[in-house]
Ligand binder design. Structure first.
Ligand SMILES: *Cc1c(COP(=O)(O)O)cnc(C)c1O
Length: 339
């Protein structure tokens, strides 16, 4: 039994999900004729109370399309320094949109309205035009931290006052919704665009959606084609998404509870300097000088427990759909037995 905590992208479709995929009705989505994709897009838009949605192969693509649609070259994007859009999308903001980035030092990936306010450039030809604010909820590098919704509302007010667009990278928004007992509609009311992933905690093999107003999504559909993301009979994949939205959201609570159980076991070890607060499904812990993170990861790999060294002294474990109770028990036992 291999226990794979490297990422919540490591899930395999369940027999029920595969069954839904095999039964999908399909057509050519570039012609707008795939009934299953159309259904997934309207289902998701409806959940968020937003006008329209666009199905894409990845969260990188939905984020990059959103940034492209919100900005012109030489505009500036404001985000946290650890943001996925900046750190893990291959320099896409520069490559795809020709935009510059103003990085803020947030609290575990979360920035404040005050920071955003101070980061907006004056209307001066020397300066890039501040154009877009991107938030990430939950924050990946922040260890699955969740925003306080009242802060999001304050940031929205800054965006309104200064005429900035507001995008949410909600790759793991589902985890935040379940943990904080929030609703998709709350988010749909605030953001100009939202990107959500189906391939992370919800267990789909691929897929992300970009949400926004009708005109915005019309433009986004054009950019998706330019980016090479126009797929044909991808309804087979979208069917997995519909299945996941209907079956795999509420159960995220179990992942969060399992993450807390594992974090408690880790926090007891003398070689652990600190465990970041576990708010959702991600555990990040810092080791002291007695053991480097790659050595911890290698030692647990021998026990068929896979983690990820995200820094020389930091390990990340991500709990997901394919982590069973039995695996959690095995992991806790191995943690207790190790040193
Ligand atoms: C995974 C992730 C994405 C999208 O990644 P893809 O692998 O391109 O689907 C975007 N934002 C965050 C915060 C992520 O963790």
């Amino acid at each position: 039994m291999t226990v794979d905590f490297r990422s919540d992208t490591m899930t395999r479709p369940t027999p029920e999900m595969l069954d839904a995929m095999m039964k999908a009705r399909v057509g050519d989505d570039v012609f707008g004729e795939d009934p299953t994709i159309n259904e997934l897009e309207s289902l998701t838009a409806g959940m968020f109370g937003m006008e329209a949605a666009l199905y894409c192969p990845s969260g990188t693509m939905t984020n990059q399309i959103a940034i492209k649609c919100h900005t012109q070259p030489a505009d500036e994007v404001i985000c946290d320094e650890s943001s996925h859009v900046y750190q893990y999308e291959g320099g896409g903001i520069a490559f795809n949109s020709g935009a510059s980035v103003k990085l803020l030092h947030g609290d575990r990936g979360r920035i404040t309205a005050q920071q955003v306010k101070e980061a907006i450039n004056p209307d001066d030809p020397h300066r890039a035009s501040s154009r877009l604010v991107c938030l990430e909820n939950t924050s990946n590098r922040g260890g699955g931290s969740c925003y306080d919704f009242s802060e999001i509302k304050k940031i929205k007010q800054v965006c309104i006052d200064d005429n900035l667009s507001f995008h949410l990278d909600g790759a793991r928004l589902w985890n935040a919704l379940v943990e904080k007992k929030e609703t998709p509609k709350q988010y749909g009311e605030i953001f100009d665009s939202i990107s959500v992933c189906l391939s992370k905690s919800l267990g789909c093999p691929v897929g992300s959606l970009l949400l926004g107003k009708k005109d915005f999504i019309k433009k986004a559909r054009r950019v998706r084609k330019v980016f090479g993301g126009g797929m044909r009979q991808a309804g087979f994949l979208a069917a997995a998404g519909i299945y996941a939205l209907q079956n795999n959201i509420e159960r995220l609570k179990e992942d969060h509870a399992n993450a807390r159980r594992i974090a408690t076991a880790i926090a007891n070890k003398t070689y652990v300097k600190q465990v970041l607060p576990v708010e959702t499904n991600i555990i990040i812990f810092e080791l002291n000088d007695t053991i480097p993170a790659p050595a911890w990861v290698a030692a647990f790999k021998e026990k068929n427990i896979l983690g990820y060294a995200i820094a020389p002294n930091r390990v990340r474990l991500v709990v997901h759909l394919d982590i069973s109770n039995e695996m959690v028990i095995k992991t806790i036992q191995e943690i207790e037995n190790f040193k």
